[in-house]
Design a protein around this ligand. Structure first.
Ligand code: 13P
Ligand code: SF4
Length: 337
């Protein structure tokens, strides 16, 4: 048979046909005893074959609990690093090691260390979207779904540095009426939503509520009926009485909404150009079926973290996991206060 005629015989060994590629990923998953975890911002085909799709907190918990030998993480690097920190005995692979995060990039560990040293009476409450080094320099990690519960447990007279997302920090600060020193980082994806275009869209769908991620700037959050993590937004979509929702977060989450609620209409909030293509996370988009296949086949690229650093970072993550389980607060940012 002509070698090129069979999709499994391409030069790279990557099946050229999508159905074969998915079947091969399934075979490798069984052969390597791997679990595939995916964030809601991943391409639909990656979400569809994952064993579990979730927000940052849920994915951290899954990574800590799984009995698989290999965790294939369809998300960004800091998420895969969290999996390795919590499950060091497992092989953790990330389909594309370049899948970073603008929030992580905004917060170099040496500058964060100096900032902390300049404010010795503050604790560092740090968003999970940061490097392992910054986690190691922090006291407590939060995700957008655990931040409120955790902040509610910190005495009001305790001074706080919040980094690296100034919008999430600002939102919490306003909601809790609590001053915090904010690191000036932003998510380039949520920063790209346009208030003007959002209001035009709202005028076209007057009854539709707006759900926004707290990484959005205040000009967007101020128009939202619900503010919360990706899983919080998904739950809001399920509970809302209406049939149309404007979604101000990375638009790939709409895939899960459409699967769960095929009769409802979900509209991605627009950027300045009037559509939402600029709101696709360029880092998340680096992961593909082909790269997932190669990473499972070769068990590479894999996350490695020096043991001392891992243990230092684990302290602040363990604090999050303990405090996030407490019954204080609502467990997600929820309706605006
Ligand atoms: P959550 O899924 O925890 O809401 O986080 C959103 C995000 O930006 C991940 O990078
Ligand atoms: Fe980072 Fe924003 Fe992409 Fe999330 S959506 S990974 S915060 S750049």
């Amino acid at each position: 048979m002509n070698q090129l005629a069979t999709p499994l015989a391409s030069q790279t060994g990557i099946p050229a046909n999508k159905a074969d590629l998915i079947a091969e990923i399934g075979r490798l998953r069984r052969e390597k005893n791997a679990v595939i975890l995916a964030h809601y911002y991943q391409k639909p085909e990656l979400q569809d074959l994952a064993d579990f799709v979730g927000d940052s907190l849920e994915l951290s918990r899954k990574a800590a609990q799984t009995d698989a030998d290999v965790i294939a993480f369809c998300g960004v690097k800091f998420m895969a690093e969290v999996a390795k920190i919590l499950s060091p005995q497992k092989t953790v692979i990330l389909p594309d090691m370049e899948a970073g995060c603008s929030l992580e990039d905004s917060c170099p560990p040496d500058k964060f260390r100096a900032f902390r040293a300049a404010h010795p009476d503050h604790i560092a409450l740090t968003y999970i979207n940061c490097s392992t080094e910054v986690k190691a320099l922090s006291d407590i990690i939060v995700t957008s779904s655990s931040a409120e519960t955790i902040l509610a447990q910190i005495p009001r007279d305790q001074k706080i540095i919040f980094g690296p997302d100034r919008h999430l920090g600002g939102y919490l600060s306003r909601k809790f009426d609590r001053e915090m020193l904010l690191w000036p980082g932003v998510c380039i994806v949520h920063e790209a939503f346009s208030e003007t275009e959002l209001l035009k869209l709202k005028a076209q769908h007057p009854g539709a509520p707006i759900a926004a991620h707290p990484e959005c700037p205040p000009a967007i959050v101020d128009h939202a009926d619900y503010v919360g993590s990706t899983s919080g937004i998904l739950n809001f979509a399920k509970a809302m009485p209406g049939s149309t929702l404007i979604v101000a977060t990375e638009p790939h989450i709409i895939h899960q909404m459409q699967l769960a609620m095929p009769d409802k209409l979900f509209i991605g909030a627009p950027g300045a150009d009037g559509n939402c293509n600029c709101n696709i996370c360029p880092y998340m988009a680096l992961n593909t079926l082909e790269k997932l296949y190669v990473s499972l086949r070769d068990l590479s690229p894999r996350i490695e973290i020096e043991e001392g650093l891992r243990l230092d970072a684990k302290r602040s993550l363990d604090r999050m996991l303990e405090m996030a389980s407490a019954t204080v607060g609502k467990g997600d940012l929820g309706a605006k206060g």
